[in-house]
Write a protein that binds this ligand. Sequence first.
Ligand code: PBG
Ligand code: ZN
Length: 327
Amino acid sequence: MFPTHRPRRLRSHPQLRRMVQENVLTTSDLIYPLFAVPGESIANEVRSMPGVYQLSVDKIVEEAKEVYDLGIPAIILFGIPADKDTDATDAWHECGIVQRATTAVKEAVPDLIVINDTCLCEYTSHGHCGYLQVGDLTGRVLNDPTLELLKKTAVAQAKAGADIIAPSGMMDGFVQAIRSGLDEAGYQDIPIMSYAAKYASAYYGPFRDAAESTPQFGDRRTYQMDPANGKEALKEIELDIAEGADMLMVKPALAYMDIIWRVKQATNLPVAAYNVSGEYAMVKAAALNGWVDEQRVVMETLTGFKRSGADLILTYHAKDAARWLNG
Ligand code: PBG
Ligand code: ZN
């Protein structure tokens, strides 16, 4: 018996395939991460992330112009301060590195959306995402005292011109704390993109090279989620929605596509997927060896995130993807 139903009928011509394509990646979906360092004319390539650099503020501004010209609507800024301490001073100080980079970018490219990652691990001497008990060598971050610092950090970032605040530390109640801090300071209109479901992942390794934020002892398992858990992600997003989040993020992306899908089904808020540093490093390593076709692998992966429900994708491939999309 020959088949009656022939799905291949709709695959017979490129135009026909284009007509029945269900998901389309566009440059509007992309968010490009950048790492700011003190100094001038600095561009240090990150060892484990070919094509990604720690950039001084003047270089960040150049990069922001390029990103904007490629049609990418937003960047997210991370900072590597000159000095780190137990109070994460550079995170919330008005002269902090991210605050300076944010103001400079908004001045030069006002229509580029600047997202600020709101966490403390890049600024603490021990590399954890908040306050530790004096003498603690396990990394059990103190939740509520940390909320106060996060609030201060978010307000400083808004004051510097940040368009979106993106808290990534996985502290309980951080969205509510930051929302009230922003509101009290007069920033009612600044949205919060919460890293709602963020897993304790080995895929962050290269980022920690870039941000020089590897914990000096212990790990992040008392605040980031267990990779084995799915329902817990729904609990986390439910809380963040109740606390006033405007957008939700799932991170990492590749090993967590089911979570992206479940979060998308569970909410009407925009969902972002963070295609993290380790995912980027694996593709770059294979591509540089000539083992995979970089363009095809990247476009397939990013389109896969869209299919799984992501409205937005934070990715180090953003500039390349935009170039390929723009033809
Ligand atoms: C900081 C933060 C991390 C990432 C984004 N914000 C790393 C971490 O938790 O150590 C990871 C991004 C990436 O791997 O690309 N809380
Ligand atoms: Zn952190």
